[in-house]
Design a binder for this molecule. Structure first.
Ligand code: FES
Length: 186
């Protein structure tokens, strides 16, 4: 009979961690400790820890960052990837300073997400899934971001931009280029 996963019996086998692991300064370790202390089962802190590691590793989960998470949470590398690849707010590849994530689900699609993506592609010179040459912009299409009442919308970092029009997109891009707009990473 195969062993069942339960939160208190998280792994059927030992965590396998490659030798190279990310190292963080004491203040980041303290932040991580604060999150771990909130949960009776360490692996429950996987998302808050992923956000911290992503922020500290230059905007995405690199292999040493993933190794750190697996070790810290006592899970397998594959457990980390399973979660990381499910959520669009976790990046598994390097992204630009401004990461435009355009919602392509029903409400946004009906209300013009396609035009918003086209405008971004035209203005930034990149297609969804790409980063421009100087690493300033990345463009992605993602599933519903829970802001359907203000469709079409997109996310830059953790910030939402709603009721988008092509003119609003142009303004946002100009503000990014001038450094006036936060990249929404915190
Ligand atoms: S459909 Fe776009 S936010 Fe829900």
């Amino acid at each position: 009979m195969s062993q069942q996963f339960t939160p208190n019996n998280p792994l059927p086998q030992e965590a396998k961690v490659p030798p190279k692991m990310a190292v963080f300064p004491p203040e980041v370790e303290a932040e991580i400790e604060r999150h771990l202390a909130k949960y009776p089962v360490k692996r429950s802190a996987i998302l808050p820890l992923m956000f911290i590691v992503q922020r500290e590793r230059g905007g995405y989960l690199d292999p040493p960052g993933v190794a750190y998470l697996a070790d810290r949470l006592g899970v397998r590398i594959t457990d980390i990837w399973e979660v990381a690849t499910f959520y669009s707010m976790i990046n598994t590849e390097p992204v630009g300073r401004y990461h435009f994530q355009i919602c392509r689900t029903l409400s946004c699609k009906i209300l013009g997400a396609g035009k918003i993506t086209e405008q971004c592609t035209k203005r930034l010179g990149i297609k969804p899934g790409e980063t421009n040459d100087d690493g300033t912009f990345s463009l992605s299409e993602v599933e519903c971001l829970g802001s359907c009442g203000t469709a079409p919308m997109m996310q830059i970092g953790f910030d939402y931009y709603e009721n988008l029009t092509t003119e609003k997109v142009d303004e946002l891009i100009e503000k990014c280029k001038s450094g006036e707009l936060s990249n929404g990473v915190r």
